[in-house]
Design a protein around this ligand. Structure first.
Ligand code: GLC
Ligand code: CA
Length: 600
């Protein structure tokens, strides 16, 4: 228990278990706690996973320890000091379980063992031990919307209609020689696959080697909880839950249209009330017994949906990954492969909606990139002349917002998109399926490749660039996917030793954030929202006010706080430039210049 304002003669105030909520409830009426403080913190519980930052590893592309061209567990273990040095608290590793690798491990055939390519359970045990010894936590990827078709459950399920495992998946009769409904899969074409053995179709929202598990079957849910317990027992500190917003499906799996033309069936499987029931059950059965970090991947959520998943009172998850800001450069029809130019105003609107939407209930995850998105500096910044400046600016904007910071491997050294010149250079099943689908519809190869080059997930899956030696120091063999040709300039060895690097900037920024409770929990407010070139906002609590100012473009621009904050008197906490053109309330911003001011 900690006393609060212990010199106050009329009030006995305290908090315990890191819960600031209790503190408020114990206050007397006349107790002087200013409004901002109450607003910003009263509903917010302090949690380790809100105060720390996450580093995401895509194991296949991180570090190869045994010269087979594929990243592995021992490779990760050999680089843990590098991650720790960056100031990271949690490491989320994309799936490392047994898998035929149709979708690089997001298709699991044995949830309790390690993928052959990646090593053994003993290797994994050494890795988690070292993660813990270094004072970090391990977050595992829980992929249970679907399994691999090579999982024992599915093998049995497809054997016969009366097999006890039949109901572990969704099986349905065809509809007059057609699929049982008209839903599209995420990865092109129908979401159904016909199986000769029993003459029925099974549902797969992703590839046909990723059949959807039937969560309405309590036995399936029990299996999932047992898997979670198995890994918790082994020491994992949390879960990133793959497409968890899709686990519930509308009863009967109805078509969207007349069943003849494939349609996007999201309304029948995204964020349905049943998904919340399942998560509440998971929380009761497993999560509530431990102090874990949880983050659910939930496509198509609004802030209101996200509150349902993450408000403390609901007892579901800690945070979600939402996707609204990942769609700001989509074309009008929301086709992922056809982008329109980036517009700051649209981006700001989305970021701000989420910052204010989850201001005192729920919690945000702060990310711009991951293994499913292209490289952030190529997408939102400038990966040529102003690569360093713009990468630092993006980090400044993102990590001074309210939420838990995520760094995707390579972002901290400003890795960029590659150029893929033929379909043979791609490895990603989504990209390959898209290519085949568009080819069959008559599109020209050149056009399809152009689209893949703007949006393919393989951009973030090229090997981590460790140094300037062959294959960027990732492997001594031929890498499973080609290395970006810019590795001689852009690599970790260079970045660690260069004081002015993106890496050292990230390090400083993450430290500043972690040491300021105001930057973690303080209230977010937009500043000069209408400005089309500059993204500015404040973070406030009773003690401090920070102002973040980011020029999102290569063109210099001006910014004024009007008469609100005298910038010449404010402390610059961090910036991507050494010198600033400040005059009283105004600043002339250089290309991609960003600053965090402490104005109070
Ligand atoms: C998630 C993963 C993605 C994977 C898909 C199917 O979106 O992030 O990589 O392909 O789920 O598991
Ligand atoms: Ca290897």
């Amino acid at each position: 228990m900690f006393l609060f304002k212990h010199k106050d003669k009329k009030t006995f105030a305290f908090y315990n278990n890191g819960s600031i909520m209790n503190m408020f409830y114990c206050c007397n009426k006349g107790f002087n706690m200013n409004d901002t403080f109450i607003k910003a913190r009263v509903k917010m519980q302090r949690k380790w996973w809100k105060e720390g930052s996450v580093y995401q590893i895509y194991p296949r592309s991180f570090m190869d320890s045994n010269g087979d061209g594929i990243g592995d567990i021992n490779g990760i273990t050999s680089k843990l000091e590098y991650i720790k040095e960056l100031g990271i608290d949690m490491i989320w590793i994309s799936p490392y379980f047994k898998s035929p690798n149709d979708d690089n491990g997001y298709d699991i055939s044995d949830y309790r063992d390690i993928m052959d390519d990646f090593g053994t359970l003993q290797d994994w045990e050494k890795m988690i031990q070292k993660i813990h010894d270094l004072g970090m936590k391990l977050i595992m990827d829980l992929v249970v919307n679907h399994s691999s078709d090579e999982h024992e459950w599915f093998k049995k399920s497809r054997e016969s209609k009366d097999n006890p495992y039949r109901d572990y998946y969704y099986w349905k009769k065809g509809n007059g020689g057609q699929e049982p409904n008209d839903w599209l899969s995420y990865f092109s074409g129908t979401a159904w696959e016909y199986d000769k053995q029993t003459e029925e179709y099974f549902l797969h929202l992703f590839t046909k080697k990723q059949p959807d598990l039937n969560w309405s079957n309590p036995k399936v849910r029990r299996e999932v909880y047992d898997i979670m317990e198995y890994w918790i027992e082994k020491g994992v500190d949390g879960f990133r839950m793959d497409v968890i917003g899709a686990i519930a499906k509308t009863d009967g799996l109805p078509s969207i249209g007349d069943g003849r033309k494939y349609k996007w069936g999201g309304e029948h499987f995204l964020n349905l009330p049943k998904a919340h029931e399942y998560l509440q059950e998971m929380n009761r059965e497993v999560l509530s017994k431990y102090d874990l970090m949880t983050v659910g991947e939930t496509g198509d959520v609004t802030p209101d949906d996200a509150k349902l998943y993450t408000a403390e009172s609901r007892k579901e998850l800690g945070m979600v990954f939402q996707f609204e800001h990942m769609g700001v450069d989509d074309n009008k029809k929301h086709e992922k492969w056809l982008k329109s130019p980036f517009k700051l105003t649209k981006f700001k609107k989305s970021m701000s909606t989420w910052q204010t939407g989850l201001s005192d209930e729920g919690w945000n995850s702060l990310y711009l990139g991951n293994h499913d998105q292209v490289r952030i500096v190529s997408r939102f910044g400038d990966d040529k002349k102003y690569r360093k400046e713009s990468a630092k600016m993006l980090a400044t904007m993102l990590y001074t917002q309210k939420g838990t910071p995520y760094v995707y491997q390579g972002e901290e050294i400003g890795m960029t998109n590659s150029i893929f010149s033929s379909i043979d250079e791609y490895r990603d099943v989504e990209s390959k399926n898209y290519f085949a689908d568009r080819k069959s519809k008559g599109d020209k190869t050149k056009d399809i490749l152009k689209r893949l080059n703007t949006a393919s997930r393989d951009h973030s899956r090229t090997p981590m660039q460790w140094d300037g030696s062959a294959n960027a120091g990732f492997t001594s063999a031929t890498p499973w996917i080609k290395v970006n040709s810019d590795y001689k300039q852009i690599n970790a060895q260079q970045a660690v030793s260069d004081e002015d690097s993106i890496y050292n900037y990230y390090k400083k920024l993450l430290k500043i954030r972690k040491e300021s409770m105001c930057l973690v929990y303080g209230e977010y407010e937009d500043f000069e929202f209408k400005n089309q070139k500059v993204y500015a906002f404040t973070r406030k609590d009773s003690d401090n006010t920070y102002l973040t100012v980011c020029n999102f473009y290569a063109k210099p621009t001006r910014f004024s706080t009007k008469d609100k904050y005298d910038l010449s008197k404010a402390q610059v906490v961090i910036s991507n430039y050494d010198n600033h053109d400040i005059k009283d309330y105004k600043i002339k911003l250089k290309p991609f210049e960003s600053l965090v001011f402490k104005v109070k």
